[in-house]
Structures are given as C-alpha cells and as structure tokens.
Design a protein around this ligand. Structure first.
Ligand code: G3P
Ligand code: MG
Length: 251
C-alpha cells in the first residue's frame, strides 16, 4: 500500500483510523470501530479518559456536549451515568443508541490483524490511569497489538516504569525538535507529529533513532502522497477507506 512514488518502494505506510472511521460513523463508538475494520485500517486510534469511579472510557473531548446528549466534563461523570448517554444521534439518526465504550470493550472489538493506538489524555491521576490501562491490556491479552500514545512525556515515562513491554509513542503539537528528543529519551517506538510539523529532516532524525513517524490528521490523498514521498510510516485519517482505495489505485 502507498508505495507509489517512494524512493524505497519496499517500505509501506499504515492507515490509522482516527477515532475509528469518524468520517462514516460517530467517532469513538462501536459503529466507528466496525467501519474502520471494514475499511481495512491497519490501526485504530482511540482516546482514553478515566471516570471518577476509575473506569476507562473512549472519549475525545473534555466535554460531553458535542458528541452525546449529555453535558459537562467526562471526568466528572460516573460510568453508570455515561452509559445512559446517546453517543450516536448527533452524527445521524441511524446511529441512535451508540454508547460510550469502555476501553476493554473497544479492545475486544478490534480483531487482529488490526492494531490499536490508545491515546491517553492528560489527567490529574496519571498513576491510576496507567494502572488501569496496563491491567486492561493484560485482561484482554492485547498488549502486543497496542501502541500507547500521549502528548505528555512524563506519562509515557511512568508507563515505561510500570510496563516496559508496552509500545509507546509521543504526540507532538509544536516544537518537534525537543519533542523528538523526549520521545527518544522515554524509549518510544514511534513519534506522532501534527502534519504541519513534518519535514524530511525530522523524519530522517526519527528514523535514525529507530522511531517510526505517524502523522495526524490527513484526509486528502494528495497530501498523503506528499508525506509518503517524504518517508512517513503512517497516517491518521478520518477517511480510512478513501486513503486505502487511493493507495490501491496507485493514488
Ligand atoms: O493521536 C493523534 C490525534 O488523535 C491527536 O489529536 O485531538 O484528535 O486526539 P486529537
Ligand atoms: Mg486522539
């Protein structure tokens, strides 16, 4: 896939469904996961937050307002309350009844060979969050298929101390040079910069240190091809089927 135009045609680029297939189904729900699997995404990215009763849920925004019929902060609501919310109708009536997922439910839905990227959102309780995630990977026996990412390098350092075998990636929104050095320091296998930060030199430095480069968020095939030629290893996208078929058609 995505080999057209590459200097080294033996390398491939993975398609990572951002919040599931969020172009075709309500983000972060079982419907979005199923659509991403149908689109043959190589990996599915999902955001993780912890409720006050220490349940790990898949949810992107701080607030419930945009993607559910609830309101207020996710991290202020107990799991039983979240479970009552409709997380699908905002996207379309046929998705009414989609629920906020537990991380364990999402992990079980994503069957091999598809892999999983759990993005840990910033939290005031990093140790509890990491303990919960590591326990969940153990229960579901999915650790070998999961990549844990965060924009907080200290969270990744704690993860490394508790579960060194779990693959880590540092997310970067600005200042990619220092961020890449941090990623190397905490033993990441991948670096996740925003697309505006990507340069051939950055990719080269990451590769020289043995890190893969996964770039977010790219929905246009032309942009995907440009990044591919630069040598990126994967793309986060809201439209996995579009990038997959563009790749199969040779762009
Ligand atoms: O992990 C890549 C991307 O998801 C980071 O941004 O805000 O969509 O979680 P966000
Ligand atoms: Mg994310």
């Amino acid at each position: 896939e995505f080999i057209e135009g590459r200097a080294d045609a033996s390398r491939t680029m993975i398609v990572i469904a951002h919040r599931g297939d969020s172009g075709r189904a309500p983000e972060s729900t079982a419907a979005a996961i199923r659509a991403a699997l149908a689109a043959k995404a190589d990996m599915i990215e999902l955001d993780v937050q912890m409720t006050p009763d220490r349940r790990l849920v898949i949810f992107h925004d701080d607030r419930l307002n945009r993607t559910t019929n609830g309101h207020g902060l996710v991290v202020h609501r107990r799991y039983q309350d979240l479970l009552r919310l409709d997380a699908g109708s905002w996207f379309g009536p046929r998705f009414a009844g989609e629920r906020i997922l537990l991380v364990s439910q999402a992990l079980r839905l994503i069957r091999p060979p598809c892999r999983i990227n759990l993005e840990l959102k910033r939290t005031r309780r990093p140790d509890a969050l990491i303990r919960g995630v590591v326990r969940c990977l153990r229960w579901t026996r999915t650790a070998h298929r999961v990549l844990i990412s965060s924009c907080d390098a200290s969270l990744l350092a704690r993860l490394r101390a508790r579960a060194p075998h779990v693959a880590r990636a540092l997310l970067c929104r600005r200042r990619p040079g220092p961020a890449l050095r941090q990623a190397i320091r905490v033993g990441c296998v991948a670096f996740h910069p925003h697309r505006s930060l990507v340069t051939p030199a950055l990719i080269e430095r990451a590769h020289a240190a043995g890190l893969r480069v996964h770039v977010w968020v790219v929905d246009r095939p032309a942009v995907a091809r440009r990044l591919l030629r630069m040598g990126v290893d994967g793309l986060f996208t809201n439209v996995p089927a579009v990038l997959r078929s563009a790749a199969e058609a040779g762009g």
